[in-house]
Design a protein around this ligand. Structure first.
Ligand code: HEM
Length: 81
């Protein structure tokens, strides 16, 4: 994940379809928001104490609504394979 580091710290990926988030299946995205990054030095913490499961799902729906159709299609295909 070296390319995601900036000035010594991880930078948060854009969730609007321009970042690499769509390479992850929904279940992985859910888990990252719930439990935080698997990278120990990442600033991405879990939000399980702040967001209910339903709110995590709602936030995923929201940022996926920003993804271009092309990205959504590729995301769907990736999950099937
Ligand atoms: C203080 C606030 C936040 C910081 C500093 C932060 C930072 C980061 C960083 C550095 C990553 C890179 C992945 C990694 O390190 O393994 C990441 C990933 C991610 N973050 Fe956050 N984040 C924050 C808040 C949020 C919130 C509020 C959400 C959504 C509700 C969110 C959703 C995600 C998702 C889905 C990923 C995985 C996406 C990917 O790997 O492309 N983050 N975040």
């Amino acid at each position: 994940m070296g390319d995601m580091k900036d000035q010594g710290g991880y930078i948060a990926p854009a969730l609007n379809g321009t970042g690499h988030t769509w390479h992850h299946p929904d279940a992985v995205i859910f888990k990252i928001i719930q439990e935080g990054s698997i990278a120990e030095d990442s600033p991405m913490r879990g939000f399980d104490e702040k967001l209910s499961d339903a709110k995590i799902v709602a936030s995923i729906h929201y940022f996926k609504s920003l993804w271009p159709k092309e990205i959504l299609n590729r995301h769907k295909e990736m999950i099937q394979h």
